[in-house]
Design a protein around this ligand. Sequence first.
Ligand SMILES: Nc1ncnc2c1ncn2[C@@H]1O[C@H](COP(=O)(O)OP(=O)(O)OP(=O)(O)O)[C@@H](O)[C@H]1O
Ligand SMILES: [Mg+2]
Length: 416
Amino acid sequence: MSDDRPLVGIDIGSATVKVVVAVPEPHRLVIKGCGEARHDGARKGIITNLEEVVGAVRVATEEAEAMASIPVVRAAVALGGAPVLGKPSCASTPITGRNFTVSADDVSLALSRCAGVMIPEDYKVLDIIPCGFALDGQPGIENPEGMAGRTIEASAYVLFTPRAHVDSLEQTVNQASVAVTDFLYEPLAAAEAVLSPDEMELGCMLIDIGHATSEWVLWSEGTVLASGTYPIGGRHFVADVATVMKTDTAGAELIKRSVGVSLDRQDLDLLGIEVPTLGGHGNQIANGRLAAQILYERAHELFVGIARNLSEMEMDRIPRAGIILTGGGARLEGMDGVAETIFAHHARIGLPRNLAGDVEPVAGPEWAVACGLIRLAHQRKQKPFARKRQESGILNRLRSALGEIFELGGGNDLHR
Ligand SMILES: Nc1ncnc2c1ncn2[C@@H]1O[C@H](COP(=O)(O)OP(=O)(O)OP(=O)(O)O)[C@@H](O)[C@H]1O
Ligand SMILES: [Mg+2]
């Protein structure tokens, strides 16, 4: 079924709300508008001041609507932060189709059972990412539909989150007069925006460095192996600089953006940034090398922490195609270099790719989640330019079917 209604992605981050409006055309998405609004109503990915975040969603949405000349009535919304948990799982079910041929319902049921065994009470399934199937114990099957067998076993990566987290995000978006069509996991959306199918296939790790937290997702053989949240984001870099250099938040932000985390920068000793001194004692000249050292320590802590998570899972060899950094924190000069040192894999900054139209305002790494939302939401409506492993469309159809089973996303408006 073809659906060329506008696509809208809303990324409610800890520092800003970002909205992207696009129109699907054959084989591409055309960006029509975007909007951004700062807010101070969330902590660690959790909304702490509803009114303030609703206001930011309204402002960003109206800006995007005005630029696109398209009214925003429904949107795919990103969900992330510490409350989202992910686990690999597998489950089996007898094949009930005629002549023991695997039907779409058999596949959906096997996948839904992957989630059923492990969801704590008060949690809601956010996504079920199919990883592969086995028929009568024979593994390695990507699309079992139509094949013959007695038992189907599905393996999947299941994401789940507290119901209250989903409900409060939905309430926020609804109060800004927008209905939620899908809730999608933030780093998964970012991955969809910036990764190539080869990177997903060969194995890579995307790290979205936001304001409050950093979310990561590990890909291999075209699917998700692991994901997590690390409690360091851009605001920690700023807080460190403000504390050590005795300046205010705006001053520390200026230092952060001017200096970066690279200790090899030639001009570090010559760099002096004029910023206010705390307590209203006039201005001071912040030393570039000292600032870089402070910022480097945080970057080091962030990447070492995530690398430790990977190594605990014995997955440190997987990101063969490298580390891809998104989020506003990826703009910090030299972050890719520090990541390369810690992970011993190539690192690059991930920018939204394969978009047409008004792409310039959404070209930065901080727009990856919002741009990925529209692509992922579009893929799930079975459009033909899904990523390589999804060309058959089966994974998308399965997700749609599972969405209905598990009431993923925004209630009545889901998957419209
Ligand atoms: N040019 C820059 N140099 C360094 N840092 C930057 C730059 N631009 C933005 N940032 C940082 O990026 C962070 C915001 O990134 P982003 O917009 O991805 O966060 P968010 O999505 O609002 O937060 P989260 O993902 O944690 O919920 C801020 O901490 C900001 O200081
Ligand atoms: Mg973010």
